[in-house]
Every structure is written in C-alpha cells, then in structure tokens.
Design a protein around this ligand. Structure first.
Ligand SMILES: Nc1ncnc2c1ncn2[C@@H]1O[C@H](COP(=O)(O)OP(=O)(O)OP(=O)(O)O)[C@@H](O)[C@H]1O
Ligand SMILES: [Mg+2]
Length: 183
C-alpha cells in the first residue's frame, strides 16, 4: 500500500487549459515555432527584491512593440504570478518569452522541488507558501488560477522531486504591426 501511494505521489502530473476556440493551443505549446524575438531571464529563489523584474521587462518590450494595453495587462498579471511562483516555491529557474506576431508564449522551467499534485495546486485557495512568502504578501493560492484566467492557453507539468514547467500564451487581439481594419 505504501509503495503504491509513493508511486502515485511521484508520478508526472500535468494540467492543460485550452479553450475549444483556441484550435492550435496544445500543438503550439508542445512544438513552438521559431519566434520573432526571444527574451531570457534567470529567476532566483527567494529573491523578492528582484521578483517581478522579468515580468516588467516583458511587458515593457511588448508595449514598445505596440501590444494593446488591455492585452498587456493580462500578460503582465500572468507573467508576474508565474515569476513569483518560481521565486517563492522553487530553487530558482528560467523564464523565456517567445514573441510572435500574433502572441507571446511564456515558458518557465525551474530546478524543483516540483509539485506533488498539480490538479490540487490549480485549485483556488490551495497554497504551500512558506512563512517568508506569506510575509511578502503571497500565499493566497490564487496565482495559478489567475494565470489560467488571463491567458489563452496554458500547460503545467511537474513531478515531486523534479522540475516544474509552465507554458502559457496570450494572443494579441491586434497584430503587432498594426495591420488592423482601423484607419
Ligand atoms: N514553481 C513551483 N514549484 C513548486 N511548487 C509550485 C510552483 N508553482 C506553484 N506551486 C505550488 O502550487 C501552489 C499554488 O500556487 P498558486 O500560485 O496558485 O498559489 P500561491 O503561490 O501559494 O499563492 P499566491 O499565488 O496567491 O500568492 C503553491 O502554493 C505551491 O504549492
Ligand atoms: Mg503563486
């Protein structure tokens, strides 16, 4: 019985959130095409002084590229929650933003310790935040649900004792180059 429980808690867990209308969601996340621009960041564990810098930089870059403010807001929220999770819950990791003409794909990969039950982690209110994270104002258990709410497709996979990998993309409603119907 014990062996069985260990096997369950240590298996790979994943969660997909891709609405039906986002037809290429899974394929795009599993096999991302060559981006127009890539932004790379190192995210340090428990470094709250630096936390949020990568997300701000991604937002600023996309703003300069002409992404709509309402879309930028969604991107900033999802990026920030994802970055803070690496700071607060992991041993550190990397964050990349792959920029395309119609979307930004954000990829986070950390050095563990992984998530025991990803479905549970996705539930609003579930948190294992430590004392320091709580002192910093985190730990409501709303980060992952907030990412899901603000992106157009997301995938998270993890396993206890291994990396956590989170991918999500946000579509730009308008094309970056301004090819809209507006005059
Ligand atoms: N990168 C990660 N590595 C390990 N565990 C993680 C990671 N990201 C999330 N988790 C786990 O998932 C739980 C839920 O994450 P979520 O972002 O929803 O809430 P929180 O970070 O605890 O609180 P909040 O985001 O509201 O400040 C975390 O408490 C943690 O147990
Ligand atoms: Mg969080």
């Amino acid at each position: 019985m014990k062996v069985c429980e260990a096997a369950v808690s240590n298996s790979l867990h994943e969660h997909w959130a891709v609405p039906d209308e986002v037809k290429d969601g899974r394929e795009f996340i599993l096999n991302p095409p060559e981006p127009e621009l890539v932004l790379d960041y190192e995210i340090e564990s428990r470094n709250y002084a630096k936390a949020g810098k990568a997300s701000s930089d991604i937002k600023l870059t996309l703003k300069q590229l002409g992404v709509d403010p309402s879309v930028l807001r969604k991107i900033a929220i999802a990026c920030y929650e994802a970055e803070i999770n690496v700071v607060a819950h992991s041993k550190g990791g990397k964050m990349h933003a792959n920029i395309y003409d119609d979307r930004v794909l954000v990829i986070l990969e950390d050095e563990g310790p992984g998530i025991e039950d990803v479905e549970k982690a996705m539930l609003p209110g579930f948190s294992t935040a430590d004392e320091l994270a709580r002192e910093m104002g985190f730990g409501a258990g709303l980060g992952l649900p907030n990412i899901k709410k603000n992106c157009d497709a997301m995938h998270i996979s993890s396993r206890l004792g291994y990396k956590t990998r989170l991918n999500f993309f946000v579509l730009f409603d308008k094309l970056i180059n301004g090819n809209t119907n507006e005059q």
